[in-house]
Unconditional design. Structure first.
Length: 70
């Protein structure tokens, strides 16, 4: 094996390692984006549920307050 062959092999190995590394980073980035999207959706659901509960509480209190006045 000549020096030229060895240098080509080293460059090819470096390119393969870089491609695998970039592919791994892309996959982990996509997974983290999906996870973040899930967290955002869960947060919105919790906020909406809290607003619904508060509105229900005030409506219930208003309804019970009218019954006491009667």
């Amino acid at each position: 094996m000549t020096t030229k062959d060895v240098s080509r092999l080293v460059v090819l190995a470096a390119v393969v390692i870089i491609c695998v590394s970039v592919l791994f980073k892309l996959i982990t980035g996509a997974i983290s984006m999906v996870s973040a999207l899930g967290n955002v959706i869960l947060g919105v659901v919790v906020v909406v549920a809290l607003v619904v509960i508060v509105v229900w509480m005030f409506a219930y209190a208003k309804k019970m307050g009218k019954k006491k006045d009667e």
